[in-house]
Ligand binder design. Structure first.
Ligand code: NDP
Ligand code: 2IT
Length: 451
């Protein structure tokens, strides 16, 4: 008889660490999921016998390649590009591309792993992938960014396709970069297909894709508050980041009657005691995204605000919090501060912004706490809707898409309740999201046998 692998969680994690040396972000993401999944599969022999968790935690493939480009001064520059295709059990690989100097294999493997569960939670047929490069777009001219995107796509095009792997944006990659990459894909292959999402509206993009992640995170937050009979009216919100996700989350908080107190970037955070209204948010969008400026300049435009250099905003007392910048930006001590200051609910707009200690603090405090794979899934969900529109060769109306986004976020919240309800009025959303996402992918894998 075949021996099923019934190793305990610490032994399983030892193996993950051994097989992935110097990849702390990846190990952290696997640990967070494994803590919940181990309990779930305890009495489910088939998942053990088929080594399902171990197989999901081993990417289908990791492609790494050299990207050469020429800067404006005529220097030859060399970057490293990647695409991590984690799992395509329920659909083509799908997930963003990140351009940031911190990008490495560990970061992209953790993101592709998380994406696999997130995409399953949306209910749409998408597998999990992620890609990117250590290219730093800061301080580069538009021509340099274009040349880099073209060079990056000159290798990436071999590995992607509308039914194979569909990348999108992430940190450092927005509509402009997607345009450059789509143009190069089309030029090389002579095919006009839905191979990327987050495209411009003129060439197959979807309405509300830019807004979807931030709006979706706030819908999820509102769904959590509603379980306690509360809403966002009059609630103070602390938000980190000042990019795509943060500014749209801020916008939706304001639309739903809340008050946004902070935004941040890698230089520090800005505290505006009067709150960021739509005009101020628009200022941030223009300044950060179009002019690539620094958040600290906000205090010159709006002098009642203060800038806190090198700090994260978690010490500002608030009712709700939305980390929307990057991984591990909210540590255990920040989590304790938020809880001590009376924060009621937190929805992650970023991927894995809370470190493992912070996750445990929120769980122990029974906070309304949504992990990114549940609360930031609105972006990839609308990407999935963009793929559907491209396949159908048509564009849906804004009202239809807004409703679909709300419905999908509501559905994810319901899945978390199904698998995460601990009784006594406490829902463990981390556990709910992990189990619901895992189960769908795992059951598809079981259907395929050993492949
Ligand atoms: P953007 O590039 O638009 O903005 C990123 C923001 O985060 C900027 O304010 C940036 O500051 C800040 N930031 C980035 N890296 C760091 C760092 N190491 N330390 C401190 N601040 C940092 O990216 P997005 O808004 O698209 O992405 C933000 C997060 O949301 C990421 O975790 C991403 O994976 C996640 N996400 C994005 C989705 C999307 O649709 N775009 C979907 C789901 C999740 P600075 O300008 O100083 O670099
Ligand atoms: O982390 C994410 O979900 C994204 N960056 C969006 C991925 C996508 O394919 O839209």
């Amino acid at each position: 008889m075949a021996v099923s692998d019934h190793v305990d969680l610490p032994t399983f994690m030892e193996g993950v660490k051994k097989r992935n040396p110097n990849q702390p972000e990846f190990v952290q993401a696997v640990q967070e999921v494994a803590e919940d999944i181990y309990e779930f599969i305890q009495d489910k022999e088939e998942y053990h016998a088929q080594q399902i968790l171990r197989r999901i935690a081993e990417p289908d493939r990791v492609v790494s390649f050299r990207v050469c480009w020429e800067d404006d001064a005529g220097n030859i520059r060399v970057q490293r590009g990647y695409r991590v295709q984690n799992n395509n059990a329920i659909g083509p690989y799908k997930g963003g591309i990140r351009f940031h100097p911190s990008v490495n294999e560990s970061v992209l493997k953790f993101l592709a792993f998380e994406q696999t569960f997130k995409n399953a939670l949306t209910g749409l047929p998408m597998g999990g992938g992620k890609g990117g490069s250590n290219f730093n777009p800061k301080g580069k001219s538009v021509r340099e960014i274009m040349r880099f995107c073209q060079s990056f796509m000159t290798e990436l095009y071999r590995h992607i396709g509308a039914d194979v792997d569909v990348p999108a944006g992430d940190i450092g990659v927005g509509g402009r970069e997607i345009g450059f990459m789509f143009g190069q894909y089309k030029r090389i292959t002579n095919q006009f297909t839905g191979v990327l999402t987050g495209k411009g509206l003129e060439y197959g993009g979807s309405l509300i894709r830019p807004e979807a992640t931030g709006y979706g995170a706030v819908y999820f937050l509102a769904n959590m508050l509603a379980t306690k009979g509360e809403d966002l009216v009059g609630k103070s919100a602390v938000i980190s980041g000042s990019g795509n996700v943060a500014t749209h989350a801020a916008e939706k908080i304001v639309q739903l009657g809340g008050k946004v107190l902070t935004l941040s970037d890698s230089g520090g955070f800005v505290h505006d005691p009067d709150g960021f209204d739509q005009e101020k948010i628009d200022w941030v969008k223009t300044h950060k995204t179009h002019r690539r400026g620094r958040i600290q300049d906000y205090v010159e435009a709006f002098p009642k605000a203060t800038f806190h250099e090198g700090k994260t905003p978690w010490g500002v007392p608030c009712d709700v919090a939305l980390p929307c910048a990057t991984q591990n930006e909210l540590l255990g001590e920040d989590a304790r501060t938020l809880v001590a200051n009376g924060c009621k609910a937190l929805a992650e707009g970023a991927n894995m912004p809370t470190d493992l200690e912070g996750v445990h603090v929120f769980k122990a405090a029974k906070l309304l706490y949504a992990p990114g794979k549940a609360s930031n899934a609105g972006g990839v969900a609308v990407s999935g809707l963009e793929m559907s529109q491209n396949s159908e060769r048509r564009a849906w109306k804004e009202e239809e898409l807004q409703q679909m986004l709300k419905d999908i976020m509501f559905g994810i919240h319901q899945s978390c309740l199904t698998w995460g309800d601990q009784g006594g009025g406490y829902v463990d959303y981390v556990k709910g999201a992990n189990i619901a996402g895992f189960k769908k992918v795992a059951d598809a894998m079981l259907a395929f046998g050993v492949v």
